[in-house]
Design a protein around this ligand. Structure first.
Ligand SMILES: [Cu+2]
Length: 215
């Protein structure tokens, strides 16, 4: 884990406090010096609005993921539009396809002009089997269009993200995972705006929260 402990502690603290604390974190060291926008360091490229991310933002995570096209992806590049993120594994026999279906229902419930502004992100916790090719097969099987990002990462990155999202998972002897059934709405700054727990549930609250998160 590349993160300093204070960052994680701060996120967990604010999470457990219901996000009552609204401290902001100074820009990363590489961005500390004021520079004209044209010469901004590559590591700050995701700071599109020019304002530092808060210490509640998951876009502070250093992890580099790989998508189903084999391309490297950092979550911070999704800054600017809300995303709905679920952790899953491609060979799941029941819950994960239902979660994907719930996300499809959520998107279908959004007005047409909003739908395209919300990215759906699936992050696998099956670091061994969910290769980019396996994720590609899952995309085809579930008919997921370009509005979906399917990501895999190393065990440390997966554990860190799961901890910050409150997703619990455990692999059994067959290699299948028991896991929390939840998905998370991140606002345009990568902060947790809403979490939806359960399968096949009423999506009214998360639909409302998603509409609020779209700028
Ligand atoms: Cu599953």
């Amino acid at each position: 884990m590349k993160h300093s402990f204070p960052f994680l502690a701060a996120v967990l603290l604010t999470a457990s406090a219901g996000f009552a604390v609204d401290a902001t974190k100074p820009a990363p060291a590489c961005c500390a010096e004021a520079k004209p926008a044209a010469t901004v360091a590559p590591c700050c490229a995701e700071m599109k609005s020019g304002t530092p991310l808060s210490n509640r933002s998951l876009y502070q995570l250093d992890a580099t993921w790989t998508d189903d096209a084999g391309q490297p992806v950092r979550l911070a590049t999704m800054r600017g539009g809300p995303i709905v993120l679920a952790m899953f594994f491609a060979s799941c026999e029941y819950a994960c396809p239902v979660i994907v279906n719930d996300l499809q229902r959520l998107r279908a419930a959004l007005p047409a002009d909003v739908r395209g502004k919300v990215r759906l992100v699936l992050v696998s916790f099956d670091t061994a089997r969910d290769t980019p090719a396996a994720l590609r097969t899952f995309r085809e099987r579930m008919s997921l269009d370009a509005g979906w990002s399917l990501l895999r990462g190393d065990a440390g990155s997966v554990q860190e993200l799961a901890m910050l999202l409150g997703v619990k998972f455990k692999q059994d002897a067959r290699g299948q995972f028991a896991h929390s059934n939840l998905f998370t709405l991140l606002n345009t700054e990568g902060e947790i705006a809403h979490q939806h727990v359960g399968l096949k549930g009423d999506l009214a609250d998360v639909t409302k929260a998603t509409l609020l998160a779209v700028k």
